[in-house]
Design a protein around this ligand. Structure first.
Ligand code: IDP
Ligand code: MG
Length: 141
């Protein structure tokens, strides 16, 4: 069993796609372990995407990610990290495989509707960024 972090980005929340994104994960057998809506400050977005600091799109990305509410969730399942990345599709909606969230719902490379952790190690860090030990414990089955 693995746990991973996914976000519905501001464009997804804005276009009423929260339920649709969660439905696609649940339909594939992933379990929602924790869930919350919040707004990131620019500083928090910069910390979350620190690995991209120095990239040309860093300022645009962190401004966008702090531009409105997002929904953060912890998903659990077998190979959850890779499966969530598969269900999301490639970063650029134009390059994402048909039937993936980004191909079907993404607007462009920046406003691509969802985030998913890219490794088990980053998943643990990203889960801890959004959820306290207490919040995860509260829903343990
Ligand atoms: P990922 O979300 O598929 O893992 P990353 O390369 O880690 O993609 O980039 C993080 C996020 O930064 C992307 O999801 C996207 O929102 C944004 N991003 C990446 N590359 C570009 C770009 O070339 N222009 C604008 N935004 C970008
Ligand atoms: Mg990434």
């Amino acid at each position: 069993m693995e746990r991973t972090l996914s976000l519905v980005k501001p464009d997804g929340v804005n276009r009423n796609l929260v339920g649709e994104v969660i439905r696609r994960f649940e339909k594939e057998g992933l379990k929602v372990l924790a869930l919350k809506m919040l707004c990131l400050t620019k500083k928090q977005a910069e910390a979350f995407y620190a690995v991209h600091k120095g990239r040309p799109f860093f300022d645009e990305l962190t401004a966008y990610m702090s531009s409105g509410p997002i929904v953060a969730m912890v998903l659990e399942g077998e190979n959850a990290v890779a499966r969530v990345r598969e269900i999301m599709g490639a970063t650029d909606p134009q390059e994402a495989a048909p039937g993936t969230i980004r191909a079907d719902l993404g607007l462009n490379k920046g406003e691509n509707t969802v985030h998913g952790s890219d490794s088990l190690e980053n998943a643990a860090k990203e889960i801890a960024f959004f959820f306290s030990e207490h919040e995860l414990k509260a829903t343990e089955r």
